[in-house]
Design a protein around this ligand. Structure first.
Ligand code: ASP
Length: 324
C-alpha cells in the first residue's frame, strides 16, 4: 500500500462559512481528520504545517513546504498532497516544481467552496489529489495541480475565475490528464525543464504589467541596488510602449535581470516585432523571454534561479528553459 503525506497549509479548503455568510479560517482543519475518504486504499499521514489564507503565503513559506517534502522523501513516502488556498496555489506549485529533488508525485489541491457550504468541493478535490498521488503514472511529472476532476501541470496552470469551481485552467496547452471515479488518466507529456535546489530565498523580485501609454515611472521606482530582478508582463507577443525604454535601460545598467512575458492569457512571448519597443529591440537590449509562463510563474522562476546563485548566461538559460 502506498504511503501518502498530506501537508495542509490553509485556504478555503480548511475554512467554513459563518452565520453571516463570511468565509473564515478555523482553529481545526475540518478535512484533516477525514480518513474515510481514502477507504483503506492508501496509508495517509498528515502534517498540519500551516493554516494560512494563501494571500499570506510568501516564498519563505514555499521554501518550508519544499523542505518538508524533502524530509518526507528521506522518510520514504511514495507521494505528497498539499492543500493550499487557491489564490496563490499556482505560485507555490511552480516553486515546488522547480525546486524538487525527487520524482515522487507532488500534488496540490484546494477548494472554491469552504467546508460547510452546499456543493463544497474541498473533500472531493482532496480525495482526487490523494488518488493521483498514489497513481504510479504520476511519478516524474513534477508538481501537479488537481482540481475539479482535471490534472494540470504546475508550470502552466492558472486560476481563471474568482469563485467558480472550474477555475483552474491551462491556457494554450490544456490539462495533461483527468480524474474519473477516483482514477487518474494522462493524455500529454511535458518537455523537461531545469530544476534548481535552493536552501534560502532571495526576494525583491518584482512583477510589473504593461499598459497603453505606460512610461518609466514604475520602473524608475525600483531602480535601486535592493532590486534583484524584474518580470514585465508585456503587450501582445512581447512588446512595450517606447516611453518605458529609458527606465528599462537604467535597470539593465544596474545589472538587474529582466524577464519578458506576455500579458495575453494565451500564447508565448517572442521576438517578432521590429519597431521601437518591439520584441526584437527588447531582446537585443537583454530582456529574457521565457517559454509561455505567465507573469507570476516567471517571477517564481527568476526568484528560484537567483536564490540558487545563477547569474548571467546561466540564469538566462534556466529562465528561458534552454537547459534541462
Ligand atoms: N482566498 C482563499 C485563499 O487563497 C481562496 C481559496 O482558498 O480558494 O486562501
Amino acid at each position: 500500500m502506498k504511503t501518502i503525506l498530506a501537508i495542509h497549509t490553509g485556504g478555503t479548503i480548511s475554512m467554513s462559512q459563518n452565520e453571516k455568510g463570511e468565509v473564515v479560517p478555523n482553529a481545526e482543519n475540518p478535512i484533516a481528520k477525514e480518513a474515510t475518504i481514502i477507504n483503506g486504499q492508501v496509508n495517509l499521514i498528515t502534517d498540519e504545517l500551516f493554516n494560512l489564507p494563501s494571500p499570506h503565503v510568501t516564498p519563505s513559506v514555499m521554501l518550508q513546504i519544499k523542505q518538508r517534502i524533502d524530509r518526507a522523501v528521506t522518510e520514504g513516502v511514495d507521494g505528497v498532497v498539499i492543500t493550499h488556498g487557491t489564490d496563490t496555489l499556482e505560485e507555490t506549485a511552480y516553486f515546488l516544481d522547480l525546486t524538487q529533488t525527487s520524482d515522487i508525485p507532488i500534488v496540490l489541491t484546494g477548494a472554491m467552496r469552504s467546508s460547510n457550504e452546499i456543493g463544497s468541493d474541498g473533500l472531493y478535490n482532496f480525495q482526487s489529489a490523494i488518488m493521483v498521488a498514489a497513481t504510479p503514472e504520476s511519478q516524474g511529472k513534477g508538481a501537479l495541480v488537481v482540481m475539479n476532476d482535471e490534472i494540470h501541470t504546475a508550470r502552466y496552470v492558472t486560476k481563471t475565475h474568482t469563485t467558480n469551481v472550474a477555475t483552474f485552467r491551462t491556457p494554450t496547452f490544456g490539462p495533461i490528464g483527468v480524474v474519473a471515479k477516483g482514477k487518474a488518466q494522462y493524455f500529454q507529456e511535458l518537455i523537461q525543464q531545469g530544476t534548481c535546489d535552493i536552501d534560502h530565498v532571495d526576494d525583491n523580485v518584482f512583477l510589473i504589467k504593461a499598459y497603453a501609454g505606460m512610461d518609466g515611472t514604475l520602473f524608475n521606482a525600483i531602480a535601486t541596488p535592493e532590486t534583484k530582478g524584474l518580470v514585465i508582463e508585456g503587450l501582445g507577443a512581447g512588446n512595450l510602449p517606447p516611453a518605458t525604454l529609458p527606465a528599462i535601460e537604467k535597470l539593465l545598467a544596474l545589472r538587474i535581470p529582466i524577464v519578458l512575458v506576455s500579458r495575453c492569457y494565451n500564447g508565448v512571448a517572442q521576438d517578432i516585432y521590429d519597431y521601437e519597443g518591439g520584441g526584437i529591440e527588447l531582446t537585443k537590449m537583454g530582456l529574457i523571454l521565457c517559454q509561455g509562463l505567465n507573469g507570476q510563474k516567471a517571477r517564481i522562476k527568476l526568484l528560484v534561479g537567483l536564490s540558487g546563485g545563477l547569474t548571467g548566461d546561466r540564469l538566462k538559460a534556466f529562465v528561458s528553459n534552454a537547459i534541462s
